[in-house]
Design a protein around this ligand. Structure first.
Ligand SMILES: NC(=O)c1ccc[n+]([C@@H]2O[C@H](COP(=O)([O-])OP(=O)(O)OC[C@H]3O[C@@H](n4cnc5c(N)ncnc54)[C@H](O)[C@@H]3O)[C@@H](O)[C@H]2O)c1
Length: 594
């Protein structure tokens, strides 16, 4: 029989604690909610009522249920109020000495059979447990932010946690409607070990002015379908908490430089810019604790300035693959005249057929009228010679990802195209500057990195080299806006924004699997249910293709020489074995068996 939990204690009612109180009280469990002072208790109470009031306003909680929920919470200052609860979970700041002192006190105050749990994100549960006389009853219960919303709980057992306690806590998680993954005590557990390197890297990009905060966040939301961008997420987590987690992970997790907190973080924490909870972090909020972002001095002034940018009416698209096909459709649908150039009439016929099929799908789904389909097709001319690009205003190149081929093509375009034309490459991994220098007009060359499938994906990375002119960038922005896409501007570095942030995380997941810390299923679960990712890393790797992922990871490693970016040996072995993902029927999972 699993242990019955009728009353629990929560210590610390900040970002996480208040949410954890809500989770228990929503599920009919009485909660003793403890803070350190009267002022902190009032802030904690306000955190809880703010969240439940928002739930009522959104129609997710009935008023009577909110009142019942709040009536189950007993707010108290000081730990003595916890003398008779069945379980205590602490959510005080991420400092080992503070948590150890707290656990020693809890050990003295709580009933001998009570379970003592920590919500730590990165500290050693084992080190916390030895501050008590009952380490076998100490466990990690790691909720995700916001606790009432995120489904995942990581249950962290130490080498001495009793099996019974683990089973009782697992049953409790199920009662709370959560999905748990039970794991051993390692820095960052599953989700944070995969998340924080990525978050820190995004802060470094921001610090280096590689792209704006809005563009970094938009890139990850629109390019990967994440619920929020990394900088907005840092603000939600709290920059002080994030700093401590990174610092601990750096020290406990093998001194991986990617976890060494970016200097900007420390400066922001020192300046009191802690994120949402202080009203200001990477963004500015309506007031402390509010989720509403308000404009500040760094907010871009209105839509992208297109003044002075030459008007684009006619666009050339070179290539006959998936990307070229999608890009032709995107431009034609948006009203541009398009000249498609392939290497032969047969290829042109194939591309034309593919564009027609895709447009027809739009008609069948009711997203496009027959008239608009015919008009879009009518705007495209099909050619097998680059000479037909003599009078276009913009060329988008989407040929094979080989530098020599792209350079030769750009040299030809340089001879054929009229002056002032914007020349764009869709490369996802080659340096745009190499392509630009194959012409005599590098100021007019820019990267336009569309995502696959181009007609669906709302993001385009606009890659500006050190030679790209302001005017060219402005034209690229204006074109993206006219296509109904979000264009994010970034510098010409390997992986641009999305791939540079995404692939090291995927590679880290492979390393975690390789180290047998967890299973592919649990790792996928953790990222989906703990962080709201649309797919887990192994699902995504199988879709993207392991060979493609390995190639991108190699490029990142070669350019940045970051030891942590070295491709995971398991990824290399799977590629060598021909397990490339869905396209070969087998990658991390076997897709032939359904
Ligand atoms: N923020 C996140 O996204 C997140 C997610 C999962 C886990 N965690 C972990 O949860 C814990 C709390 O983080 P947070 O972000 O909620 O921090 P926070 O700064 O928002 O809140 C901490 C609260 O603890 C209170 N406190 C401090 N000392 C106390 C004491 N001795 N007794 C009682 N209360 C005390 C503070 O007054 C404050 O209200 C940390 O271990 C953190 O790593 C955080």
């Amino acid at each position: 029989m699993a242990r019955e939990f009728t009353s629990v204690g929560v210590v610390g009612l900040g970002t996480m604690g208040a949410g954890i109180v809500e989770v228990f009280a929503r599920n009919g469990i009485d909660v003793v909610a403890v803070e350190i002072s009267d002022g902190a208790l009032e802030r904690g109470r306000a955190n809880l009522t703010g969240s439940t009031d928002r739930a009522v306003a959104r129609g997710k909680l009935a008023e009577a249920d909110r009142d019942a929920l709040l009536s189950r919470v007993d707010f108290q200052v000081g730990l003595d109020a916890l003398h008779s609860v069945d379980l205590v979970i602490e959510a005080v700041p991420e400092h080992l000495d503070l948590k150890q002192r707290l656990f020693a006190e809890l050990d003295r105050i709580c009933r001998p059979e009570a379970i003592l749990a920590t919500n730590t994100s990165s500290l050693s549960v084992t080190e916390i447990s030895v501050a008590t006389g009952r380490p076998n009853q100490v466990i990690g219960i790691h909720f995700f932010n916001p606790a009432p919303v995120m489904k995942l709980v990581e249950v962290v057992r130490t080498v001495v946690t009793s099996a019974e306690v683990v089973a009782d806590v697992e049953a409790l998680c199920a009662r709370l409607g959560k999905v748990d993954v039970t794991i051993n005590d390692r820095a960052g557990f599953i989700a944070n070990a995969l998340l924080f390197g990525y978050l820190n890297h995004a802060v470094a990009m921001h610090e280096a002015h590689y792209a704006t905060r809005e563009d970094i966040d938009a890139a990850m939301k629109l390019g990967c379908g994440l619920p929020m961008g990394p900088l907005a997420l840092m603000d939600l987590i709290g920059l002080d908490t994030a700093y401590e987690i990174l610092d601990t992970m750096y020290r406990r997790g093998g001194r991986d430089r990617r976890h060494a907190p970016v200097p900007l973080l420390k400066q922001m924490v020192t300046a009191g810019l802690l994120g949402r909870k202080s009203g200001r972090g990477f963004y500015t909020y309506e007031r402390p604790g509010s989720p509403k972002v308000v404009p500040d001095e760094r907010t871009p002034a209105g839509p992208a300035p297109a003044d002075g940018a030459p008007a684009i009416a006619k666009v050339g698209v070179v290539g006959s693959g998936t990307m070229a096909t999608g890009i032709i459709e995107v431009f034609a649908k948006a009203g541009y005249e398009v000249v498609s150039v392939t290497r032969g009439a047969e290829k042109s016929a194939k591309v034309c057929e593919a564009v027609k099929t895709s447009l027809n799908k739009g008609v069948v789904r009711g997203k496009l009228s027959e008239h608009d389909r015919d008009a879009a097709l009518g705007r495209v001319t099909w050619s097998a010679t680059l000479d037909h690009l003599a009078d276009v205003d913009l060329v988008v190149e989407a040929v094979i990802e080989e530098l020599s081929v792209k350079k030769a093509l750009f040299a030809s375009l340089d001879e054929i195209c009229k002056p002032g034309v914007v020349l764009a490459t869709t490369t996802s991994s080659l340096p745009v500057i190499d392509v630009a220098m194959a012409t005599h007009r590098p100021a007019d060359v820019v990267g336009l990195h569309f995502f696959n499938p181009a007609p669906v994906m709302p993001l385009v990375e606009i890659v500006r080299t050190i030679r790209t002119s302001e005017e060219t960038t402005a034209t690229a922005r204006a074109v993206c806006a006219a296509l109904g896409k979000t264009g994010v501007v970034c510098a010409d570095r390997s992986g641009f924004v999305v791939n540079a942030l995404l692939f090291p995380y995927l590679n880290d997941a492979v390393k975690m699997l390789e180290a047998s810390y967890s299973t592919a299923d649990d790792i996928d679960h953790a990222m989906k249910l703990g962080c709201g990712y649309p797919m887990g890393p192994f699902e995504l790797l199988d879709v993207v293709g392991l060979d493609v992922s390995l190639a991108i990871q190699r490029e990142l490693y070669l350019e940045l020489r970051e030891p942590g970016f070295a491709p995971a040996p398991l990824l290399e072995h799977l590629v060598t074995a021909g397990y490339l993902g869905r396209k070969t029927g087998r990658g991390f999972r076997d897709h032939t068996r359904r």
